[in-house]
Design a protein around this ligand. Structure first.
Ligand code: PLP
Length: 368
């Protein structure tokens, strides 16, 4: 059996002529860095996410770093965020010198628990980062209300949530900005690295564009010390092609999630993912909580099923953050869940027969 965790080859094969033609256009025009292909993608992605502006950048981490820099966040500032996220959410904050303050996740949906925000608030708090983990929007209503009450900036980490919505509105449009990743395995993945920031604020967009281009708005005139975070032309052209297919791929992921639910319904040792009310979950990952997780993982891998763990160590227990008063024990939900989480194969081309095979192997494991 060979059921990979993601299948980038199958996806490429399904759109090969379009991708190959797009790559050829970049070669023919030699527009390799920034330029018209990245600019065209910015327009299309802003429209897809219902945002006024989009800046295409070199990665999701670059997007997170740029937002904080452009908002003027830095040393002495605190940014409240979930600990149950990919390390880059915290890294983006540390890169501009502010301090990530980690809060626990909600036990049902694994996203930032708004009930934990109050306790994390200090006079140094400046922003809250809402992460839409696994493709499920965080509870933006209560998070935004908290930010408004306390004068905090809301930033969304949408790296796993392209086309997800909260109460019918696309993620990335609720706060100052939304940061996306186009890492190859993401729902919208580049053929290399890529990211984007969407915002409705033209001044923020312009400042981020300058900061990501050596602090320059006019060639060889540098207003700030920035970075080279431009998107390359190949990624812009590829992402424009792939964006046209994203809605269909998203629906295929949702269908795969439904099939997993049906086929795993009778396995009491597995807790299936719960959808929060009012969200469109786009299933970047299908994450279950499993009894004897490590043994199950080995059992599936030995039988040719690709699985993952997202994430084995919560951010507050990662080495760079342990010195900040986060030795462990204080965020009980994410600490208890980390050894149980298991991500099953999830990609648009995954078929029912494969899902059935994964589910029956899981049943077989618990029956032994
Ligand atoms: C939640 C989250 N935030 C940030 C990132 C960083 O994105 P990138 O890998 O494009 O730098 C990722 C993905 O890798 C992610 O999943």
């Amino acid at each position: 059996m060979n059921i990979p965790f993601v299948n980038l080859k199958a996806q490429y094969q399904s759109i090969k002529p379009e991708i190959d033609a797009a790559l050829q256009s970049v070669l023919d025009s030699t527009a390799f860095s920034g330029g018209p292909f990245a600019a065209q993608f910015e327009k299309e992605f802003a429209a897809a996410q219902g945002a006024a502006h989009c800046l295409a950048v070199s990665s999701g981490t670059a997007a997170l770093h740029l937002v904080g820099m452009a908002l003027g966040l830095g040393p002495g500032d605190e940014v409240i965020m979930p600990s149950n996220t990919f390390f880059a959410t915290a890294e983006g904050v540390s890169l501009y010198g502010a301090k990530p303050v980690f809060v626990d996740c909600d036990p049902a949906h694994y996203n930032l628990d708004p009930a934990r925000l109050e306790a994390a608030l200090t006079p140094a708090s400046k922003a809250v980062y809402a992460v839409h983990l696994y493709g499920q929007p965080a509870p933006l209503g209560p998070i935004k209300a908290f930010c408004d009450t306390h004068g905090l900036v809301l930033v969304e980490d949408c790296a796993q949530a392209h086309l997800a919505t909260y109460e019918g509105r696309p993620v990335g449009t609720f706060g100052a900005a939304g940061c996306f990743s186009f890492y190859p395995g993401k729902n919208l993945g580049a053929y290399g690295e890529g990211g984007a920031v969407v915002t409705s604020d033209p001044a923020l967009h312009a400042k981020m564009a300058a900061l990501g281009n050596h602090g320059s708005r006019v060639r060889y005139v540098h207003e700030y010390v920035g970075h080279n975070y431009r998107m390359d032309g190949f990624q812009g052209a590829i992402l424009s092609v792939k964006l046209k297919h994203l809605e269909a791929w998203t629906q295929a992921r949702q269908k795969a999630a439904d099939l997993y639910r049906q086929h795993l319904a009778g396995v009491p040792q597995i807790v299936l993912p719960a959808e929060a009310p009012g969200v469109r979950h786009v299933y970047h990952l299908f994450v279950v909580r499993a009894q004897r997780r490590d043994e199950l993982k080995k059992f599936l891998e030995e039988r040719g099923v690709g699985v993952g763990i997202h994430y084995p160590i919560p951010c507050h227990q990662q080495a760079p953050y342990q010195g900040g008063g986060h030795a462990g024990g204080e965020l009980p939900v994410c600490e208890a869940y980390a050894p149980q989480l298991l991500s099953l194969p999830m990609f648009a081309e995954l078929g029912e027969a494969e899902i059935q095979q994964v589910a029956s192997l899981i049943g077989e494991f618990y029956a032994q």
